[in-house]
Design a protein around this ligand. Structure first.
Ligand SMILES: C[S@@+](CC[C@H](N)C(=O)[O-])C[C@H]1O[C@@H](n2cnc3c(N)ncnc32)[C@H](O)[C@@H]1O
Length: 521
């Protein structure tokens, strides 16, 4: 039976295939507050805020954040009842009293919904009909509190320009096929590979599009159905989106991830003049997208923002954010590949900062206090911290994080009911597993094999750990890969699982203990 008409409600968004769960750290309030403050916009204060996610899907970002911020209230909205039913079950299983989901279209929200300090929408804006985008803007007008922040992600130009026909091919071919959206996207992908491998001229003329097909083949087909088969699909220029949100009374307040706020970390040095001579941030963003060929953006907008005059005002409103070393033992010079640019951090200021933060996280004011690292000026130290966060040398936390303890517990527990539920459902699920930290106020992802190791460690302790994880692996159907190929030999697989268990216990487990995700039993 052709279910095409059933799969698309009046909004044009497909509903016959459920989406996949995913946690996106760019949606975390601690990240949004930092980016706002970095861009001289006062973020909402404190930890007793309200947070609304539009198009929350299966709700995994919402629940991970709700578990990490117990004093805040989280509300998710989605039109697909299958999605909200899954999210509700997970909320219940985790005992999250501060999260709920509503099954509704954006134009049909409850009258008493109230206002929120944060509104978030990821994977929604580019994929909905123009009238649904208008509804989203209306939600921003009515439900974002003054001084509140809204984060929106979307497919952007010019990065999508040479790939746009891929979406066209997939959708047109899928429309000719029968079955549900999963079947039709599978058929369309097979067709795409067929014409690519036989060197259709589009692929010959666009080698990047040809390589992109290989990236598509590695994706979950449920994701591909949602990405490509919706009736509406648009990639925007930054200025178009900024214009739409300006119409809803919102001002651009920066972008995520953090490095995208620094043009010199996004474009090659030969473009420097273009940026030095431009003071208008909206123009800078447009330059940046062309110089970096940006295909996806995460923008932050603020309603009635209070602008911060300088470092002291920033400290006055955002000094509850802690800065920590991303991993213990990070050595200088530290190099980060940020796509177009590779950035290297080194020198006495960074040496002093790494030494100081090795003893545990600190708020910016404490880092700037006398004696200042390497005797540098306060502004230079603040800039070094911002660059360290942008490049991943440092990370952010909503609360103080202790130093990593070298003592690795033999037996561990998981204090959070949410994390216990996530591990039980997602270990060996084939995608990263995000665990929630009340310490940092956000989620932290581990591999799905590490998730199984942690689960076995919690349930059965360290004795025979590798054998138990290997048994779980064998019965799950998930294969262990080496150089992209499944390992068939059982003894070899057990040896590799044993290595993974040892690495997990010596390297990852101490960090999970540091973040309060795991604890000694
Ligand atoms: C690609 S998914 C993204 C889900 C989630 N934000 C994530 O990143 O995992 C887009 C979601 O928006 C929801 N959606 C689409 N149109 C909607 C509308 N008009 N009102 C409410 N939700 C809608 C879909 O049901 C879907 O769950």
């Amino acid at each position: 039976m052709d279910t095409r008409t059933d799969s698309r409600p009046s909004t044009g968004y497909l509903t016959d295939v459920a989406y996949i769960p995913g946690f996106y750290p760019n949606l975390a309030p601690v990240a949004l507050r930092f980016v706002a403050a970095l861009n001289r916009v006062a973020p909402p204060p404190g930890d007793r805020f309200r947070y609304l996610e539009l198009g929350c899907g299966l709700g995994r970002s919402l629940t991970t954040l709700a578990a990490a911020r117990p004093h805040a209230e989280f509300v998710g909205v989605d039109i697909n009842p299958e999605h909200t039913a899954i999210a509700s079950r997970e909320i219940e299983a985790a005992g999250l009293g501060n999260a709920r989901v509503i099954t509704a279209g954006f134009g049909d929200l409850p009258a008493d919904l109230g206002t929120f300090e944060y509104v978030a929408l990821h994977g929604v804006f580019s994929w909905v009909a123009p009238e649904v985008r208008e509804q989203i803007l209306d939600v921003a007008r009515r439900h974002l509190a003054p001084g509140g922040l809204l984060v929106v992600s979307y497919n952007s130009m010019p990065g999508w320009a040479h790939l746009q026909p891929i979406r066209g091919i997939l959708r047109q071919y899928a429309a000719l096929r029968t079955g549900d959206s999963l079947q039709r996207i599978r058929d369309a992908l097979a067709y795409l590979v067929f014409i690519r491998d036989r060197q259709a001229k589009y692929f010959v003329d666009n080698p990047n599009a040809s390589a992109y097909v290989d990236a598509l083949l590695k994706q979950d087909v449920r994701y591909l159905a949602h990405e490509y088969l919706n009736e509406h699909w648009t990639s925007f220029y930054f200025a178009e989106v900024a214009g739409m949100f300006a119409g809803a009374g919102l001002t651009f307040a920066g972008s995520l991830p953090v490095h995208t706020n620094f043009w010199d970390l996004c474009v090659r040095p030969e473009f420097q003049e273009l940026f030095r001579t431009t003071t208008d941030r909206l123009v800078t963003e447009a330059h940046k997208d062309f110089c970096a060929n940006t295909a996806f953006r995460w923008d932050l907008y603020a309603k009635a923002p209070r602008l911060l005059a300088g470092l002291d005002e920033r400290l006055a409103v955002a000094d509850d954010i802690h800065v920590r070393l991303t991993r213990p033992g990070l050595a200088l010079p530290y190099q980060a590949n940020l796509g177009v640019v590779t950035s290297t951090l080194q020198g006495p200021v960074y040496e002093a900062l790494v030494a100081r933060l090795s003893a545990g996280s600190l708020p910016l004011s404490a880092i700037l206090a006398d004696p200042r690292p390497a005797g540098a000026s306060r502004d230079d130290i603040a800039r070094a911290i911002d660059a360290g966060v942008a490049t991943g040398l440092f990370d952010l936390s909503a609360n103080a994080v202790p130093a990593v303890s070298p003592a690795v517990p033999d037996r561990v527990t998981l204090p959070s009911r949410f994390n216990r539920a996530v591990l039980a459902s997602d270990a060996l699920g084939g995608r990263p597993v995000a665990l929630s930290s009340e310490v940092t106020g956000t989620g932290h992802s581990i591999g799905d094999l590490d998730a199984a190791i942690l689960l076995e460690l919690v349930e059965g302790g360290p004795d025979g750990l590798a054998e138990r994880v290997d048994g779980r692996l064998a019965s799950s159907g998930r294969s262990l890969l080496r150089e992209g190929k499944p390992i068939g030999d059982a003894a070899e697989r057990l040896r590799l699982v044993g290595e993974s268990c040892a690495t997990f216990r010596s390297a990852s487990l101490p960090q999970l203990v540091q973040l309060g995700i795991a604890a000694g039993a």
